[in-house]
Design a protein around this ligand. Structure first.
Ligand code: ZN
Length: 436
């Protein structure tokens, strides 16, 4: 048993069950081999039988169990001594640590192997004592295969008691009581009136064990499930990132922002969609894509602290999506980055990288510096090359090559071009005498 549980790391309950099946058969086999009968008679000394075994002559103050076997007293004494040993002595505490926390015990220099062997040896001795008590008292001095599942019951009591002395004692008393009832159905008036056979009461302890086991199993399964969910949630949280998805004008950034919002909402998450305004206008604006999707968005001013805004008013949102994120100030990008870290929520920024003169927007620069995930949404120039420049057009459709990065209140049009077309256009306009 020790070898299988410690060296082979076998499940102790399974090992115990195997031992339970082996023992009666072994007794029968040995009985036939040595005494030509299927049991082994115990030698019972005179003093044991006649004087001590039943109703020992203790001073009357100790006669609390009228007519009890001496083994009752021994077992109670052993239980108290072992519990004290297990919880209040150095070796006992080490013993417990080797069962509950072997790695920690090993790390402070306790020989886990030795301790576990000591444990199984003591419990083996106690089991032997229990067997002897059973034979000497209940079965009248003969060991046959008549233990009637007592070993299983012991195993069940241990599981019922959750491997703790107090629980095991409670279980033992309870099951002992039920055994008594089953043995004495005939003599208890109200039970004999019910008329159920004694076997029924014999059955109760096993039914109780099954119920307790089933409950404990479902509880531990729920515990495992809960743990699993916590891990999953933790993984989900640890994946929160600041995303920067950039592209040239007309690359369907807003459409993608709105589709992303829809996808998150479909998964039951609450999305805060914001759109920085280039000026200090306040309120709600509309994020509208050219393919027809649109949604209300919170308009934020350049002066606004987004961290405080989220914390104070939108902390119930699990995701932040920013459209036109090039208009964020570098400070606001820092705000968003801190939200990602402190609140473990993803923040997705959609916008332009560069202005109409191919220079980075300050907010976009900060996003390149801070974002954990950067991806490009590609679009194509009229000539078929990749478009990278957001050319600004004036009212006549000419490309403008100078001016403010952000024109407030202006109604300029923008078009995405490749760098080659953008440069050729400039040279062609200059040939016509246009210096815009
Ligand atoms: Zn081109």
């Amino acid at each position: 048993m020790s070898f299988s549980a410690i060296n082979l790391k076998a499940d102790q309950t399974v090992g115990g069950t195997a031992l339970n099946m082996l023992a009666p058969a072994l007794v029968s086999a040995l009985g036939i081999a040595f005494f030509s009968q299927e049991k082994i008679d115990m030698p019972s000394p005179e003093w044991f039988e006649g004087y001590a075994i039943k109703n020992p002559k203790f001073p009357s103050i100790l006669q609390i169990f009228g007519g009890a076997y001496i083994s009752t007293y021994i077992v109670i004494a052993v239980f108290i001594l072992l519990s004290l040993w297990l919880y209040f002595t150095r070796t006992g505490m080490r013993m417990r640590s080797c069962g509950e926390n072997p790695q920690a015990a090993a790390s402070v220099g306790i020989n886990v192997f030795k301790m576990r062997y000591l444990g199984t040896t003591i419990s083996g001795a106690l089991a032997g004592l229990g067997g002897y008590v059973y034979i000497a008292t209940i079965s009248g001095g003969a060991a046959g295969n008549s233990v009637a599942g007592m070993g299983f019951l012991a195993l069940a009591i241990m599981i019922f008691g959750n491997w703790k002395p107090s629980g095991i004692a409670l279980g033992a008393v309870m099951f002992g009581f039920l055994q008594c009832i089953s043995a004495n159905t005939a003599s208890i008036e109200f039970l004999s009136k019910i008329g159920l056979p004694g076997y029924f009461y014999n059955m109760i302890p096993y039914v109780v064990v099954l119920v307790v086991l089933a409950l404990r199993l479902s509880e531990s399964r729920r515990h495992t499930l809960r743990k699993g969910n916590e891990i999953k949630r933790y993984r989900l949280q640890s994946m929160a990132k600041l995303y920067f998805k950039y592209g040239a004008m007309g690359c369907s950034k807003t459409a993608q922002a709105l589709i992303t919002k829809f996808n998150y909402e479909e998964r039951g998450m609450k999305v805060l969609l914001m759109k920085p305004s280039a000026d200090n206008r306040d309120g709600v604006s509309i994020a509208k894509s050219r393919i027809g999707l649109s949604s209300e968005a919170l308009s934020v001013k350049p002066s606004q602290d987004l961290y405080a805004l989220y914390k104070d008013n939108y902390a119930d949102c699990n995701v932040i999506i920013v459209d036109e994120c090039q208009f964020l100030t570098p400070e606001q990008v820092d705000n968003l980055s801190n939200i990602v870290i402190d609140f473990n929520i993803p923040v997705l920024c959609f916008g332009l990288a560069t202005d109409f003169l191919t220079h980075l927007f300050p907010g976009s620069r900060r996003l390149f510096e801070l974002a954990e995930s950067i991806s490009e949404i590609k679009s194509v120039c009229r000539c078929g090359n990749k478009a990278t420049v957001n050319a600004r057009l004036d009212d006549d459709g000419n490309v403008v090559y100078s001016g403010e990065q952000v024109v407030i209140g202006g109604n300029n049009r923008y078009v995405a071009m490749c760098r080659k077309c953008w440069l050729n256009k400039k040279r062609e306009q200059e040939e016509r005498g246009l210096f815009l």
